[in-house]
Design a protein around this ligand. Structure first.
Ligand code: LCS
Length: 394
């Protein structure tokens, strides 16, 4: 591919994004067309039979979307990408493609709430079984794998506990069992973690988060180690219809150009903020992969290129104190989602992970007082001053 580069800073800007062949536009054109004209009936038939790989209908494929798929596949070091309308569309495509009635998945317990609910409450209606474990504990993963297990699903760092799973070790377990390993890399983005290089078969993203980075798009992406896995998921996605719109794909291409810059800037502030929060008298504990107090600090250092921009903390005074802080921030926005250019704060137990219910949350280690902070790219001192004045209100 033209402009391909092993350097991620460069790849964010150029991968899949060569100047267009028609007029030389430096920005990838938005092919905002639902359908594509055929020169004649034979060409139409050839496109549908697969003899001609030209475009036919945007639910099945689109040039703007293809540029984005190429870009993220290159950033993740994969063979192929498959863009989806949302992160959940990517997740449901994986489950619907590789799980059926009587088959079983093992998943990280502390995953994004709707991922767990999809398996536990919805796919269970179709006979899909699932077991949720602390995937940081390798023995509990080994013990959970059964003869009908088809895939292991890992989110690391996990939302919102920031627990880290050893991807390479889980890949060994999956390989031995002859099953797929799928990793949700949303919290890291390809700038900080490369699950395919560590042995995963499929890596997925909510591109709503760091990859797009501007809190103005919902989108998802699947990247596969080999093209065959993409082909099968594409078949399912085309039938189910969770396709990304070309304009949405273009917005993500625009966002991804600054991915590396944004992740590094936010991460630098997150590191300082986590260190200072840990010393704050009103804080019970802080979870951040860059802190030595994180139970998997060494593993995070080995597996990730940096600790990222997500911090979870618990306040002395529990839920009441947390509410006070969330109602008192000014610069940071009280909103769900994460990985945007702006700092966002939220309460998982009553917001993003409410659908899981209290039992699943307790099993996953999501305490009622946990507050999640997505550090943005504002000036560090401004972020800190705002959070500190909110802490003063407790
Ligand atoms: N995976 C992770 C790790 C997520 O955090 C989310 C969304 C998804 C997948 C689903 O992506 P979506 O369909 O929303 O694009 N996480 C959210 C969160 O923590 N707050 O709001 C959304």
């Amino acid at each position: 591919m033209k402009h391909a580069s092993a350097n991620l800073d460069t790849a964010c800007i150029h991968a899949g994004q060569a100047p267009d062949k028609l007029f030389g536009g430096v920005s990838v054109p938005i092919f905002q067309s639902s359908t594509f004209a055929f020169e004649d009936a034979d060409q139409g038939a050839a496109r549908f039979s697969g003899k001609d790989n030209g475009y036919k209908y945007t639910r099945i494929g689109n040039p703007t979307t293809a540029a984005l798929e190429c870009c993220i596949a290159e950033l993740e070091g994969g063979a192929a990408g498959l863009a989806t309308a949302t992160g959940m569309a990517a997740i449901s495509t994986v489950f619907m493609t590789f799980l059926g009635a009587g088959q079983h998945a093992v998943s990280t317990g502390s995953v994004y709430g709707p991922t767990r609910t999809l398996l536990e409450n919805e796919l269970s209606r179709f006979g899909v079984e699932s077991t949720f474990v602390d995937t940081a504990d390798l023995d509990s993963v080994k013990n959970a794998v059964k003869s009908n297990t088809k895939l292991i699903y890992v989110e690391t760092p996990a939302n919102p506990t920031l627990a880290i799973t050893d991807i390479a070790a889980i890949a060994e377990i999956a390989k031995k069992a002859g099953i797929l390993l799928v990793v949700d890399n949303t919290f890291c983005s390809p700038i900080l973690q490369k699950p395919l290089a560590l042995g995963a078969d499929i890596v997925l993203h909510s591109m709503t988060k760091f990859i797009n980075g501007h809190s103005d798009v919902v989108a998802g992406m699947l990247v596969t180690k080999d093209a065959g896995l993409r082909k099968r998921m594409h078949q399912v996605l085309c039938q189910v219809g969770g396709t990304i719109d070309p304009h949405q794909a273009w917005l993500v291409l625009r966002g991804v150009k600054t991915l590396s810059l944004r992740v590094k800037a936010a991460q630098a502030s997150a590191m300082r903020l986590a260190e200072e929060l840990e010393k704050h008298p009103k804080i019970e504990w802080v979870k951040y992969p860059g802190l030595k107090s994180h139970p998997q600090y060494e593993l995070a250092k080995k597996q990730m290129a940096g600790p990222g921009a997500m911090i979870s903390f618990e306040l002395k005074g529990g839920v009441k104190a947390g509410k006070t802080v969330m109602d008192s921030v000014g610069l940071s926005t009280l909103a769900v989602s994460l990985g945007g250019i702006e700092s966002l704060i939220q309460h998982p137990a009553s917001m993003t992970h409410a659908s899981m219910g209290p039992e699943s949350r307790a099993q996953a280690g999501i305490s009622d007082g946990l507050v999640r902070f997505s550090v943005g790219c504002e000036d560090y001192e401004d972020i800190k001053a705002d959070l500190w004045q909110a802490l003063d209100k407790i």
